[in-house]
Design a protein around this ligand. Structure first.
Ligand code: TGC
Ligand code: FAD
Length: 386
């Protein structure tokens, strides 16, 4: 049994779930771990090459049915997200945005023709998607978005901008959410459309092994069949977010596990006051608290997986997973960083990279406060957002 698996969670996984997790771990070992610190330092990564590899491995939109998708259980998808994020949150993000946001939007809200046109290529990683909901002035409150699509004959004309868009500058298509005279609607926007501009956001000190972009739509003309017919209100993008938030509940536990493993190894050999620092009671208390939180977070994620596979998961339950596991993973990463002392501030160890990444994870897909208010509303029946 893995020493961090205090309560034998392994025993709760099915054979196929373990196999998918182990294969994903192997892919991360081979293609991510050896280079990710360099990508993070340089702020650049071979996104297209990675996406093709993840597509070949069946990781893109893996929990979706048909159209070349692997059709695995939600739990297996979560376990894969955990392994990807043990490599780097940016790598998990790349896969989440492709599968849980862009592909899911088309799968759930697209026409049969749109699904046939885009999903098989996206599952292979040959077409990269991004998901544009957030704007510079509409983050936690996407209902206040200003991007507007007006009808012009049978066409649509899209104007406005989106901010903080993962995969934005490398994407072939963008799922763009826009205000229309008929409420908030979603559009599949080829990124080579005239008037579409994407620019990379530089100077990030978090999620550096991930492409984050600003998108600008300068009267982008789209045919009628760019519209996602089944997405008829803000509820549609929020439903997509549930998918990605679910993956984050698992993924963050991967980042936390990696930090904890690193700190345990380090503390076993690092000596001060003539003994390994792992022998100090204060250090052991930290390890115990972190390992217990990791196991609780894993249990929570797994429970969400089982609920999702049974078709019974609710948005509030997903919020509980995202809220708790992003928060606790960040706490674990910070504590592990401290255990590594001065060595903890370098990229020689993965801990500070995970710690800085988790600041983004804490904020995106609904901040800690948004998920608190979602659960608060479920508990009290009172909305405290506005
Ligand atoms: P509200 O009036 O409550 O709801 C509007 C409609 O949506 C429905 N709804 C949901 N449906 C499914 N899942 C959910 N989680 C839902 N939340 C709400 C709701 O029932 C209603 O339906 P209907 O039929 O009555 O119209 O909306 P609100 O404007 O008050 O907002 C609620 C709030 C604050 C919870 C929502 O705006 C929110 O979640 N804000 C956070 C925004 C956010 O998370 N943005 C993420 C952008 S994408 C991203 O960050 C990608 S990061 C990369 C990666 O994933 O790796
Ligand atoms: P704000 O909404 O301005 O919030 C600022 C602070 O105010 C937060 O602490 C927040 O919790 C708090 N706050 C706001 N309202 C309330 C309230 N009612 N009560 C209490 N506190 C409140 N978006 C996409 O659409 N697609 C992507 O692919 C994507 N990728 C991202 C990648 C990265 C690296 C990052 C950092 C962000 C990404 N986002 C993406 C955007 C992300 O979803 C938003 O940053 C997030 O939703 C928060 O919005 P904001 O940054 O505008 O912060």
């Amino acid at each position: 049994m893995h020493p961090l698996d205090l309560i034998d969670i392994e025993d709760m996984l099915g054979e196929e779930e373990r196999a998918i997790r182990d294969v994903t771990r192997g892919i991360v070992d081979d293609t991510v771990r050896p280079k990710v610190a360099m990508w993070w330092e340089e702020g650049e990564l071979p996104a297209r090459e990675l996406m093709t590899g993840f597509g070949e491995a069946g990781l893109l939109g893996m929990h979706l049915e048909g159209y070349g998708c692997a059709g695995t259980s939600a739990t297996a998808y979560g376990l894969a997200a955990m392994e990807l994020e043990a490599g780097d949150s940016g790598i998990r993000s790349m896969v989440s945005v492709q599968g849980s946001l862009a592909m899911y939007a088309i799968h759930r809200f697209g026409s049969p023709e749109q699904r046939e046109r885009w999903l098989p290529d996206m599952a292979r990683g040959a077409v990269i998607g991004c998901f544009g909901l957030t704007e510079a002035d509409a983050g936690s409150n996407p209902a206040s978005m200003r991007t507007y699509a007006r009808k012009d004959g049978t066409d649509w004309v899209l104007s406005g901008s989106k901010m903080w868009i993962t995969n934005g500058s490398v994407a072939d298509i963008a799922i763009v959410w826009a205000r229309t005279d008929d409420g908030i609607r979603g559009f599949i926007v080829p990124t080579d459309s005239p008037g579409f501009h994407a620019s990379v956001i530089h100077h990030k000190v978090s999620l550096r092994a991930s492409i984050t972009s600003e998108l600008v739509f300068d009267d982008v003309r789209l045919p009628q069949d760019a519209l996602l017919p089944e997405a008829t209100s803000l509820g549609a993008p929020l439903r997509c977010l549930n998918e990605a938030r679910f993956g984050i509940a698992f993924g963050t536990m991967g980042a936390a596990r990696e930090c904890l493993e690193t700190a345990l190894d380090y503390a076993a050999t690092r000596e001060q006051f003539d003994r390994p620092i792992s022998g100090f009671q204060l250090t052991q208390r930290k390890f115990v608290d972190m390992a217990v939180e990791l196991n609780k977070g894993m249990l929570l994620a797994l429970r969400l997986g089982r609920l999702k596979d049974a078709g019974r998961i609710t948005p509030e339950q997903v919020s509980a997973g995202k809220l708790n596991n992003a928060r606790e993973a960040l706490n674990i990463a910070r504590e592990c960083r401290a255990i590594l002392g001065g060595s903890g501030i370098t990229l020689e160890y993965p801990v500070i990279r995970h710690m800085n990444n988790l600041e983004s994870v804490y904020t995106y897909e609904g901040t800690n406060e948004m998920h608190t208010l979602v659960i608060g509303q479920a508990l009290t029946g009172v909305s405290a957002f506005r």
